[in-house]
Design a protein around this ligand. Structure first.
Ligand SMILES: [Zn+2]
Length: 177
């Protein structure tokens, strides 16, 4: 971790977070982090196989902060000169540690969870409207359902979500200290 380029804490990066609702573009290695950022309440895009250049162009076009574990990207002019806000994610961290790192560096408060599939906003949806899409066993014990306004994915707070939420709660408790 000591050989990181000195991009951390640079003013443009922190300023871009303070400006409002920060959105992120994650490199091809950071699919897990993208999902956890969405659960933490932030819009993060991720594409398998995206090249560095495509990623940089996408981040610029959509005004997203670049998250990457590839220090080579910091040699590219736009990133090196801070025209594009970017944060280097150290190697060897698990997903929740990556999320913790990003939260520490950028001071991101927890928000309403977003769609873990695409980062879209979720809205509550009446059970009878999505009845056919709910697994029969889940219908029996859960009444709260949410739908992504971007991709239409249906979510509920099942056991998988409960595991994630426990991890997020722990992180939130740590961040408060
Ligand atoms: Zn979605």
């Amino acid at each position: 971790m000591s050989a990181e380029p000195k991009s951390l804490g640079n003013t443009p990066l922190v300023a871009s977070v303070r400006e409002g609702e920060p959105r992120f573009a994650c490199d091809a290695m950071l699919g897990g982090l993208a999902r956890w950022l969405r659960a933490w309440g932030y819009d993060a895009v991720w594409q398998r196989d995206i090249s560095d250049w495509e990623l940089i162009r996408l981040a610029q076009r959509e005004g997203r902060i670049l998250l990457t574990s590839d220090s080579g990207i910091f040699r590219i002019g736009w990133v090196r000169d801070h025209d594009l806000p970017a944060l280097l994610i150290p190697h060897g961290l698990k997903r929740h540690q990556q999320l913790e790192y990003v939260c520490q560096q950028l001071g991101l408060p927890r928000k309403e969870p977003r769609c873990m599939r695409c980062g879209g906003a979720l809205r509550p949806v009446p059970k009878d409207e999505v009845w056919e899409r709910i697994p029969p066993k889940t219908r029996l014990w859960l009444d709260q359902y949410y739908q992504c306004q971007r991709c239409g994915q249906l979510f509920w707070e099942g056991t998988h979500w409960q595991r994630i939420e426990r991890a997020l709660n722990e992180l939130n408790a740590k961040a408060a200290h």
